[in-house]
Design a protein around this ligand. Structure first.
Ligand SMILES: *Cc1c(COP(=O)(O)O)cnc(C)c1O
Length: 356
């Protein structure tokens, strides 16, 4: 099989071992002589999968007591409404940091439930930097931010010091670096960027923030229902959770999120160095806010874009076309992407320079 370098922004690259073990589980799960696709989610063999996945999430992120770990459905996009539905009453205000398309969508959904205060935004510069030093009103019910802006290629390397509970969409950088979970009240992440396949969403929630709104919450959208039932109120996304388990086991085997961060820093540095050195290319974001996960860059001469994409294709560099709202290129360097793939991209950029 030809080696393809997979820079896809999402669903993104997964560790080969996780894919291989998942294939095995499709054929014969836990020695049951049945496929994981055709067994009860209430079987003890499967309950062990959810228990182990939950435990590994807690271990990898050092989650303190008082927090619950949930595997839900509906993608990160459902969290955009589930968060305000569970935390915000009509007469209350939530503070939002608007740093990109996903943050914008989250902001919009919150407006369906209460007042929204956009404390800062970089919208007028096409979200190419992360606002800092904004005020979060002390009476805000919560503050919502997006740790990594998948489309625009910026990442938050510090979070505001505030007494207001912090809610964070970590869809595209969860498990890429250590985080201090105690600083957050709710974290959510669609799995398909950096922790597994599409179809499951991780939620880490501080139990004490729940149960304070006065309005009714539909059963399936009430975090407390899922906590009480250990993510098994209804049929969970059985296979997607299994693939997450295999992916998280791989993260753990390599030394956890600290080891991931080291690798991710090295990979991102290699590519940004070339973007800055190579006179044909330039980065699109403020240097201090550059994402380690999604590297956005353009050609000084956009007319050469097709030529570079053709060269990339010849070199089996897949998924580097930029999002339509930024243009140019985006290389996603998620955990499972080996540094050799970044080296192959850098080689292509250097050869492109020689040809031009
Ligand atoms: C991809 C992405 C989303 C949307 O996720 P879905 O699972 O498709 O709903 C939300 N936020 C961020 C940061 C993302 O990268």
């Amino acid at each position: 099989m030809t080696k393809v370098h997979n820079f896809s922004a999402g669903p993104g690259i997964l560790p080969q071992i996780a894919i291989e073990n998942s294939i095995k589980a499709i054929k014969n799960f836990a020695g049951m002589n049945l496929s994981i696709l055709e067994i009860s989610h209430r079987s003890k063999q499967y309950e062990a999968v959810v228990a182990e996945a939950t435990q590994i999430v807690k271990d990898l992120l050092n989650i303190p007591t008082g927090y619950s770990v949930l595997f839900l459905q509906g993608g990160a996009s459902t969290q955009f409404c589930m968060v305000p539905m569970n935390l915000l009453d009509e007469n209350e205000t939530a503070a939002y940091l608007k740093t990109g398309e996903w943050a914008m969508r989250a902001t919009k959904e919150a407006g369906l439930f209460g007042h929204v205060n956009v404390v800062a935004t970089s919208e007028n510069e096409n979200y190419n930097w992360i606002p800092k030093n904004y005020e979060i009103p002390s009476d805000a019910k919560y503050f919502h931010c997006t740790s990594n802006n998948t489309i625009f290629g910026t990442e938050m390397f510090s979070f505001p010091e505030t007494n207001v509970p912090i809610v964070c969409d970590m869809s595209s950088d969860i498990f890429s670096r250590p985080i201090d979970v105690s600083k957050f009240d709710l974290i959510y992440a669609g799995a398909q960027k950096n922790m597994g396949p599409a179809g499951v969403t991780l939620v880490i929630v501080k139990d004490a923030i729940l149960g304070k709104v006065t309005h009714k919450i539909p059963t399936m959208l009430d975090y407390r229902v899922h906590i009480k039932n250990g993510s098994m109120y209804n049929t969970p996304p059985v296979f997607a959770i299994y693939v997450c388990l295999e992916t998280l086991k791989w993260v753990k085997s390599l030394g956890g999120v600290e080891a991931m961060e080291k690798l991710n820093i090295a990979k991102a540095a290699l590519l940004y160095q070339e973007i800055d050195r190579n006179p044909l290319f330039k980065g699109t974001c403020a240097v201090e806010d550059r994402s380690r996960m999604n590297v956005c860059f353009v050609l000084e001469n956009p007319e050469k874009e097709t030529a570079f994409l053709t060269l990339a294709k010849e070199r089996n560099l897949e998924g580097i076309k930029g999002h339509r709202s930024v243009g140019g290129f985006r290389a996603s360097l998620y955990n499972a992407l080996p540094i050799e793939s970044v080296e192959a991209l850098v080689d292509a950029m250097q050869d492109f320079e020689k040809l031009n």
